[in-house]
Ligand binder design. Structure first.
Ligand code: AMP
Length: 113
């Protein structure tokens, strides 16, 4: 079995993190290295390594994660926010456990770097 990722350890309570929300399917934590005034991670409790390895069975879960992100933005009065998912090392993935970055609180450029 693969070694646990940092996010699995956080979900299991083995590593401390600033947990902003927890429900049946996901947790939201503050990113330890924020790239915007608000930078949180929406992390499913189910271990899916990356979007590139999701299956059709994960369809509902993937949709729920977007709704969790939307609810967080609404609850925190964030009319503008960016969601980012890095899938694969070249795309910037550093933790092989699917997560959605939610960034807000500053103007965002396009294209991203
Ligand atoms: P990615 O590069 O897309 O895989 O995103 C991983 C993110 O996890 C990065 O933005 C890191 O800053 C963040 N991160 C890594 N370890 C922790 C931790 N212990 N607590 C909170 N965020 C973390």
């Amino acid at each position: 079995m693969d070694e646990k990722t940092i996010f699995e350890k956080i979900i299991a309570g083995e590593v401390a993190a600033e947990v902003l929300l927890e429900n049946e399917v996901a947790i939201i934590i503050r990113d330890i290295n924020p790239q915007a005034p608000i930078h949180v991670l929406i992390i499913p409790k189910k271990k899916i390594s990356r979007v590139g390895e999701a299956t059709s069975e994960d369809g509902n879960l993937l949709g729920e994660l977007l709704l969790v992100a939307k609810d967080f933005a609404n609850a925190n009065n964030l009319p503008s926010f960016r969601l980012v998912i890095n899938s694969g090392r070249q795309a910037g993935e550093t933790v092989p456990h699917l997560h959605i970055h939610l960034l807000s609180g500053r103007p965002m450029a396009w294209p991203p770097g």
